[in-house]
Design a protein. Structure first.
Length: 149
């Protein structure tokens, strides 16, 4: 895999984990509120990267500093149908840049800027609640676009 695809793949895995975390936390708007650390109505790149780091730590069940396929599946409740499992496997493979069958925190966090940039519709360097909700609604199209690249 080329380095330019790693951030997109990391963003796609993040979307998978954000979906599970958002549902667990009470919805997409609530997740936005949790990421907006200074409560200014915008998620900046540092806030998003911090949220990704916390997300990584929650999913890293054994605390070894790496995500495994099993830890990611368990975050989704361990109930992935064949299609979801195959899709998650492809994303995992793209993010696992050194192909050691585990995703480091650095590999996972690397995609923070790419997703934020795509969600930032007005180009101001931050994502508003409206942009966040719109991006979450369109993430499925982004995933398919990323797979075609």
């Amino acid at each position: 895999m080329t380095r330019d695809r790693l951030p997109l793949a990391a963003a796609m895995l993040c979307a998978l984990l954000v979906s599970a975390t958002a549902a667990e936390a009470g919805g997409r708007g609530h997740m936005f509120d949790r990421m907006d650390r200074d409560q200014d109505g915008l998620i900046t790149k540092p806030e998003f990267a911090m949220a990704r780091e916390h997300m990584f730590e929650r999913v890293d069940e054994d605390g070894d500093g790496y995500l495994t396929r099993e830890e990611i599946a368990m975050r989704r409740g361990g109930h992935l149908d064949d299609r979801q499992s195959e899709h998650a496997g492809r994303r995992f493979d793209r993010i696992d840049g050194d192909h050691d069958e585990r995703i480091s925190k650095q590999e996972f966090i690397a995609g923070a800027g790419r997703w934020l940039h795509r969600a930032d519709a007005d180009g101001d360097g931050a994502v508003s609640r409206e942009e966040w909700l719109d991006a979450m609604a369109h993430k499925r199209a982004w995933k398919h676009e990323g797979e075609a690249q």
